[in-house]
Design a protein around this ligand. Structure first.
Ligand SMILES: [Fe+2]
Ligand SMILES: [Fe+2]
Length: 269
């Protein structure tokens, strides 16, 4: 396979229609048979992969701030509108964070990892939102098949998805009564990062009984909890959450005859 074909496979599997603005090919590769995968790839991993003779390194998180993170964060607004929340409110909810992301992107060193991949002539790409979208759809399917259900039953089922049985970080309800029954539980993953307080507030204001995030900053969580203590907030955890989609994608690469070595949960690929 080529790097281009691998990106297309990820797009197909995610059923995304948008261009993956936070995913890119930095050094093209052809005739790829051996892939090294990690959620975060730095120079060390690139050097090691080169020494080991891998044909391609795939990162999940983007190594380049030149990518348009903001475009992906706007998916939080898309999720809201798809759930019937008015467009104006949805756009307002993401506006402040879009500015933060834009300003933050100025600080990042976007030359180091990508530059070293080029100097090493090590084929290198990252696949971010397509893998997160596979994660989101996987969780949402499990949840929707059970609704209405108690939060604890939903969490129990979510913890059966790979790699959770092999992870010490589990899906967890960190807010609200776990025995409450919910009729809706949107999974807000695949929008670059969690929506923090401002996104959670809009969903809760619109009567949603709970939400699923991968993670949330402690200060943001305290704000949500102070205002909506009875609603359910479920966290999947960052690494096991990212590996839900990553493992599904990596297994598909294996089905296509590619040898895959993963940094995390390597025994599950
Ligand atoms: Fe992710
Ligand atoms: Fe992540």
């Amino acid at each position: 396979m080529t790097t281009e074909e691998i990106m297309e496979l990820a797009m197909e599997m995610s059923e995304l229609e948008v261009e993956p603005a936070d995913s890119s090919i930095y050094v093209e590769g052809k005739n790829i048979k051996n892939v090294f995968f990690g959620i975060d790839i730095g120079v060390e991993e690139l050097v090691w992969a080169k020494q080991q003779g891998f044909d391609l390194v795939i990162a999940h998180h983007p190594p380049s701030a030149a990518l348009r993170y903001e475009d992906i964060y706007k998916r939080h607004a898309t999720f809201m509108m798809q759930a019937g929340i008015p467009a104006e409110e949805a756009h307002q909810a993401v506006a402040e964070k879009l500015t933060d992301l834009h300003i933050q992107s100025k600080t990042e060193n976007f030359t180091r990892v990508v530059g070293m991949a080029k100097l090493l002539n090590m084929p290198f790409m990252n696949i971010h939102v397509p893998i997160d979208e596979i994660t989101r759809k996987t969780f949402q399917r499990v949840i929707d098949a059970m609704l209405p259900a108690t939060v604890s039953d939903l969490v129990y089922e979510m913890n059966k998805i790979e790699p959770f049985p092999h992870s010490h970080v589990k899906v967890e309800a960190i807010m609200g009564d776990p025995e409450q029954r919910v009729d809706r539980l949107p999974v807000l993953i695949g929008a670059f990062t969690n929506g923090g307080y401002s996104i959670a507030k809009v969903w809760f204001d619109h009567g949603f009984p709970g939400l699923v995030y991968m993670h949330i900053a402690p200060g943001e969580f305290q704000k949500v909890k102070a205002e909506f203590p009875d609603r359910a907030l479920v966290l999947t955890g960052h690494m096991p959450g990212d590996y839900v989609g990553a493992l599904i994608f990596l297994k598909e690469l294996k089905n296509k005859g590619i040898n895959v070595v993963s940094v995390g949960f390597s025994e599950l690929v």
